[in-house]
Design a protein around this ligand. Structure first.
Ligand SMILES: Cc1cc2nc3c(=O)[nH]c(=O)nc-3n(C[C@H](O)[C@H](O)[C@H](O)COP(=O)(O)OP(=O)(O)OC[C@H]3O[C@@H](n4cnc5c(N)ncnc54)[C@H](O)[C@@H]3O)c2cc1C
Length: 329
């Protein structure tokens, strides 16, 4: 099996950083090109949540993905990286019997979970929640810190600029001052541009914007999620959700007033927020429709991680890196 000696990764979000990390572990010399803007991976607190949405669905790769993300966090922390996170377990409040039945139908075999009685709740829940599902293997992670640690650990060379054109073997980069440099003769180009990169590339895919309000303290010691989520974070806590209407392109980050009120209402429905103050906001856009593998021009892709970037990104990146290496120069 021949190994690529050089690879160019476009995008330094969790997808690109994970690809760089696993390619480096397989012996490749990696250069990462990043425009430095609009990375949804800089989300201040991302849930590691195997049970998705309001249906209790579990992604087929969720258990593997979750295990790998926690393993990476342990490895990177042991290597001295600063990585705010909590493998605390997480709680999914469920509003009624019908929703519980839906969850029970969809929960995957092998998923550690337990339905808690009111007396067993690890944190107080607002009244009105009929059931509570405890996921002992869930938790939260600081998105920017994990992404940065993966990049640093990869030893990849970082280039700041926007890739304006690429082939299977080279990338053209436009600097902030408009000057163009060509990075030629690499053995693999991997596009991990996320939501903004998909729009820049002229793709027609589905994007969803969402917002986290940053809080001066964690409203609860463990993450809570149903519709919106409350979670601890490095700076205190967050209240967040991805709820804007899906769009066919990346949109300038914004928080309409109605969304702000909606988010606060969802937060208050989850837990008592009295005494908790909003300190700021972070808005990002995520891309749906997973794309992984090589296109007809020989360019590799990892994008469309949707709301599962930190649950599945490292796992899918590890598999992609292996495929790139096996493909050879
Ligand atoms: C509000 C919100 C909450 C979320 N919560 C969670 C959560 O709880 N748990 C979870 O797992 N996931 C969550 N996500 C999803 C997660 O953030 C994304 O799935 C993940 O960050 C996507 O990573 P990425 O690397 O594909 O893209 P990004 O992080 O967007 O990174 C793409 C990078 O590529 C760069 N780029 C693009 N094109 C080019 C180019 N041509 N040249 C150079 N650079 C380029 C961009 O500047 C950017 O830095 C959330 C997302 C949002 C918006």
């Amino acid at each position: 099996m021949s190994r690529p000696q050089t690879a160019l990764v476009i995008g330094a979000g969790v997808a690109g950083a994970s690809v760089a990390y696993f390619l480096s572990r397989l012996g490749a010399q990696v250069t990462v090109i990043d425009a430095g803007i609009h990375a949804s991976s800089s989300v201040p607190s991302a849930l590691i949540n195997p049970v998705r949405g309001q249906s209790g669905g579990v992604d087929a790769r969720a258990l593997e993905g979750m295990a790998l993300t926690w393993e990476l966090l342990r490895e990177l922390k042991a290597a001295g990286h600063h990585l705010p996170h909590g493998q605390t377990g997480m709680l999914r409040p469920v509003p009624d019997d019908k929703a519980r039945t839906r969850f029970e139908r969809n929960l995957a075999p092998g998923l550690a979970h337990r339905w808690l009685t009111r007396d067993e709740l690890p944190v107080p829940l607002s009244p009105g929640w009929a059931h509570a599902l405890w996921l002992p293997e869930g938790g939260w992670v600081d998105g920017a810190a994990l992404t940065q640690a993966l990049l640093e650990a990869s030893g990849a060379r970082m280039i700041r600029g926007r890739a304006s054109a690429w082939t299977a073997r080279s990338v053209e980069v436009r600097d902030a001052d408009g000057s163009i440099s060509l990075f030629p003769t690499c053995q693999a180009v991997i596009h991990c541009g996320g939501s903004i990169g998909s729009s820049w590339a002229g793709e027609h895919r589905t994007h969803r914007m969402g917002t986290l309000l940053t809080l001066d303290q964690a409203a609860t010691a463990v993450p809570l999620s149903f519709g919106a989520y409350l979670a601890p974070s490095a700076g205190g806590g967050v209240l967040g959700a991805t709820y804007e209407t899906p769009a066919q392109g990346w949109q300038e980050p914004a928080l309409p007033l109605a969304s702000h009120s909606w988010l606060l209402g969802k937060g208050e429905a989850l837990a008592d927020l009295s005494g908790v103050n909003v300190t700021g906001r972070w808005t990002g856009s995520r891309l749906s429709g997973l794309r992984t593998g090589q296109d007809e021009y020989g360019v590799w892709h990892l994008s469309g991680l949707s709301s599962k970037g930190f649950l599945l990104g490292p796992l899918l990146a590890r598999e992609l890196a292996q495929a790139v290496v096996e493909d050879g120069p």
